[in-house]
Each structure stands twice: as C-alpha cells, then as structure tokens.
Design a protein around this ligand. Sequence first.
Ligand SMILES: NC(=O)c1ccc[n+]([C@@H]2O[C@H](COP(=O)([O-])OP(=O)(O)OC[C@H]3O[C@@H](n4cnc5c(N)ncnc54)[C@H](OP(=O)(O)O)[C@@H]3O)[C@@H](O)[C@H]2O)c1
Length: 344
Amino acid sequence: MIKVGIIGATGYAGVELVRLLLGHPQAQIAAVGSVSFEGKPISEVYPNLAGLFDEVLVKDDEVLARSDVVFASLPHGLSEEYAARCAETGKIFIDLGADFRLWAEEDYQEWYGLDYHRPELHRAAVYALPELYRERIRGERIIGNPGCYPTSIGLGLYPALKNGLIDPNSIIIDSKSGVTGAGRGLSQTTHYPDCNEAFSPYKVASHRHTPEIEQTLSDIAGGPVKVTFVPHLLPVNRGIVSTIYASLAQPVDLGEIHALYERAYAGERFVRVCPEGAVANLKNVRMSNYCDISLHLDERTGRLIVISAIDNMVKGAAGQAIQNMNLVCGLPEETGLTMAPPAF
Ligand SMILES: NC(=O)c1ccc[n+]([C@@H]2O[C@H](COP(=O)([O-])OP(=O)(O)OC[C@H]3O[C@@H](n4cnc5c(N)ncnc54)[C@H](OP(=O)(O)O)[C@@H]3O)[C@@H](O)[C@H]2O)c1
C-alpha cells in the first residue's frame, strides 16, 4: 500500500482527492492536513465523508512525516517549501497548484507575481499532462499537475497541432467552468445570487492559465504559439467545456480529422473522441477522469472547431493527480480511476 498524505485537504480539490483515494486499491490515506480545522475530523468539515473517513486533520508536518506520496492542494506560492522537504526525505511530491507548471520563471513572475526561490526544484519538476508527457513523468519525484483549463485545451488541440492541421496563429479559445473551479473561499462573483442564473466571461484575455496553455501548445507545435483565451463562469458545480476555434492550414475533410484524432488517442484510457455528429457535453464526463472531444468543421470559413469537456475536479485536478501518482509509482495509470460517469 502507498501511504499518501494531502496538504490542503479541506479545499475543494483536496477533498476530491480524499473521495477518489478512498476507492484506490493500492493507496491508503495516511494523513490529511489543515491549518484552519486542525484537530477536527475531516467528516465534520465535509459530512458526506461521515462513517467513511473520519480521520482527524493534522498539521502539515505530520502529513509529511506519515506519507510516502504527498499531494499539495494549496493556493499558489506555498508549495516550494513542501517540495523541498519531500526532496530531502525522498518522498514524491505532487502539486495541484501552479507552482511547478511553468518552465520559464519569467512567466511565473509575470502572471503570478512571484519568484522561484529554489530554481533547482523547478528544474527537477515535470509538467505532468500524462497523455502528452507520459515518458517524461515516469520516475520523476516533483510533479506539477496541470491546470483545469490547460488540460481541456492541451488535449483538445494536441492531434491538430502535432500534425500541422491548423494555423497555430489563429487559435481562439472560449472556455466555461463550473463554480468549484474558484475553490472554497467565498468571493462576490461566486456568491450564490451573483452566479446563479447568470453567465459571464471573466478575466478576459488575462487569465493566469494563459501562459500554461501557450507553453503546452508551443511545445506541441515546436514553435511559439499565442492564443486568445476567454474563460466564463458557468452556474453549475462541476465541469469545463472548452470550445476552440482555429483556421485549417490546408483544406481537409472532417472524416480525415476524425481519423487523425482517433489514431492519436487510440489506447488512451481517459480521452474519448466523440463519434462524428456528436457534441461533447460536460454531463457525460462529470465525476469521471474522462476528457471527451468532439470535432466540427465550419466549411464556409475553413475553421476547425474542437469541443473538449472534462470534470474540473477530476481530470482537471484530483483525478489527474492520481493518474500521475499511478505513473510515478509504476501502477497501471487507471488504478482507482475507472468509475463510470453518472448518466445525470
Ligand atoms: N478547484 C479546481 O477546479 C482546481 C482545478 C485544478 C487545480 N486547482 C488548484 O488546486 C489548488 C487548490 O484549489 P482549491 O480549488 O481546492 O482551493 P480551495 O478550495 O481554496 O482550497 C485550498 C486549501 O488550502 C488550504 N490553505 C493552506 N494555507 C492556505 C493559505 N495561506 N491561504 C488559503 N488557503 C490555505 C486551505 O485549507 P486550511 O485552511 O484548512 O488549511 C484551503 O482549504 C489551487 O492551487 C488551485 O489553483 C484547483
């Protein structure tokens, strides 16, 4: 059994890790950490866990002491210290936040306003989108789990960009996320009367996931890619739908595009290319680690439209983090993640 610990276990992504790890046959949750609720059973904070997991929340030091794999699910800027302590003690560190996602420190400085205090940790870390970087992830010990929007977009565009199907300078991304994407803390925009029966873009062309999206797309394309990215707040709890528009590099029919995506994702357990004519829908991926991708061609304008749907809490956070744990621990990638999405 792998002993796992969760720092930030009372946050939305942290408690989703708890829910998923309770069903993992090879992992045992050794400790859950909290600053605000230390000394209380986690089931007091999240009564859905009552009788299932009543572990008392402990200080982060205790989480580190009891675990072989440490997940950190914290606001950005806090993870370096924990990664350093894990590196010193030979533990695997998986960060769900943004601190180990960006390869260029200048990007982190520009978008997050912070420096890398321990650059050697960042050099040792791997950006862990398994379907793209599986071979780089195996055997690594500091794992930067991707952001939710970048996961849906990287998977949505990978086959098209890799095969030169689209003009990399023409990409426009319109994403919608459920409210859990903003985390547990209250804000005016996530306050019930403000988001219920409302729908609006936010951080238009200025969202912090932009450099991460561009990093992945540039890496796939083999040259710099800039995108226009506009996220929206969708009044549902979970789910992300990214609608991605790009001009075709040369004329190609939808059947060929489908064949290319199906080849690219053949054998991928968690990516489903929807049949021609179907449209990806967050309803079909909720509570699961799937990414559903549908492909559409606007023949009048010569634009490819890719629609990519994930559950932000699972493939966009906790599920993907467990997929990465499985990879680095040498387990089958789907271990503990084979649950079917509910029909409604
Ligand atoms: N929500 C998503 O869909 C999603 C998806 C992908 C990635 N992520 C990333 O995962 C991380 C956690 O996200 P989340 O949505 O779970 O956030 P959250 O609900 O706000 O939870 C963060 C937790 O961190 C703990 N914490 C420790 N030190 C803190 C501090 N100085 N300030 C605030 N909280 C502190 C808090 O628990 P205690 O006070 O009990 O210690 C809090 O419950 C973030 O980096 C986020 O970007 C989130």
